[in-house]
Design a binder for this molecule. Sequence first.
Ligand code: NAP
Length: 498
Amino acid sequence: MMNHAIPSHRRPLRYAIIGGGMSGLLAGIKLKERGEDDFTIFEKAEAIGGTWRDNRYPGVACDTSAHSYTFSFAPNPDWSSYFAPGGEIRQYFERLVSRYGIAPHLRLNTQVTACDWREDHWRVTTADGSSLDVDVVIAASGVLHHPNIPEIPGLDTFSGARFHSAQWDDGEPMEKRRIGVIGNGSTGVQLVSALAGTAAHLVHFQRTPQWIMPCTNRKFTEAEKQEFRTDPAKLEAARNDPAAVARRARFTAAIIDAQSPELLEIQEEAERNLDQSVRDPALRELLRPDYRAACKRLVFSEDYYQVVQQPNVTLAMGGIERIEPSGVRMADGTFHELDVIVLATGFKTNQFIRPTQVKGVDGRLLDDAWAPNPTAYYAVCVSGFPNFFMLNGPTGPVGNFSLTDIAERQWGYIDQLIDELRAGHCVAISPSPEAHAEYDRQREEASRETVFASGCKSWYLDAAGVPQIWPWSYAHFIEVMREPCLDDFVLRRSLTPA
Ligand code: NAP
């Protein structure tokens, strides 16, 4: 329950928001809505958009329904298709910047290098050496943000073009080239589907097969878009599409219980997709994973299995021995000559706000608090780091959910904690060490029951194999985000110790 019994005097707050991606913009818009203007959004790149700015590889799209991957307060009647292409999503966020007057708050090309807690406020330092004192830091720096460049021997010796999927080289022609795509997560699969049509030859390097779920990405007609523009109820219904809500409920029931009938259903659907789509039995077995569906993030594709059966596509399964100047040598000795190598090898997902150096109470480093794994109480705040809140931070629901919805719900929770500061009930608020530790204990216990822990490797797992993402239902997430339990928090009333 929120504490309204404490005497209060309202005080204006100063905010630093770190990251100009989806969730950083959300924080700015929400502060504006409240009439709070003293905030700066620090963005290290030259433009806003986060993931949707960095990932502009051919075929990039969001495999969550476009209408549910929008903010509840800013529905978009103009999505071109059920799954929106990445460029359209970036433009959606750019429109919000002008619609909500966020531009004057943006400091682009400005990397935050340090955040130091100074008893009752944060000093935020940027790479140009300047600093800003604020009351609240919102870390909205993303999860899938630091490209994972694999340590494959000889990678640097390749004489053709090579780049990570999130660092696309727009100047590099792809048509009629011999392309190798390393990695078959959601990115690799989208890339292969998009590039195979025009490549001279495409080799898809797969270390571990993936379960692929079927899906249909239908275009919205002009008549439908017109209806969405003129009928807000229709647009809202598309946002809360009952079929998508039911799929989410089935998915969440499946992932939190590896023995559930819902998981069996997903498993059967993925197996059926493989069995019905791939004609050649040898190829089919090559593509069959030996772990449960949804153990890794589920990949959705309309056409991947059809694409890999095209004559100009080769599947290279198993280990890569090394990369040589003209191509890739496999562990079995096979050699693939290539002009371009795309590394769809994922991200370093335990970085979050780092390498920014964050020092909390008594100079404690976030790096130390996060050893061996990044953690946050209910995924939003960290014991010993007052007035420091995270959107899409460690241990939250990620993967196949709509991250816009998650960020909005997290903001609703954070906003209530900030209310304690706004009201003057305290100058510093953070979860107690006991509450944070208990959250982690319960989370780890629950995570062992999830499908993520059922026997595969994925970016959801820490080095010890423990899933580092939300292990409970989505309904539980919605429930706990409704209102913080203030008993779990340490509120420092003033600078003078009591
Ligand atoms: P990912 O799921 O982490 O997949 C990385 C791929 O690279 C895996 O196939 C992995 O193989 C392979 N790999 C890594 N290191 C390798 C090495 N040294 N040698 C050979 N292969 C190597 O990365 P991602 O596909 O970029 O996706 C990351 C996340 O981004 C997704 O899980 C999803 O949350 C998000 N995403 C979402 C969408 C969407 O439509 N909403 C689209 C793209 C991405 P192993 O499996 O053997 O490790």
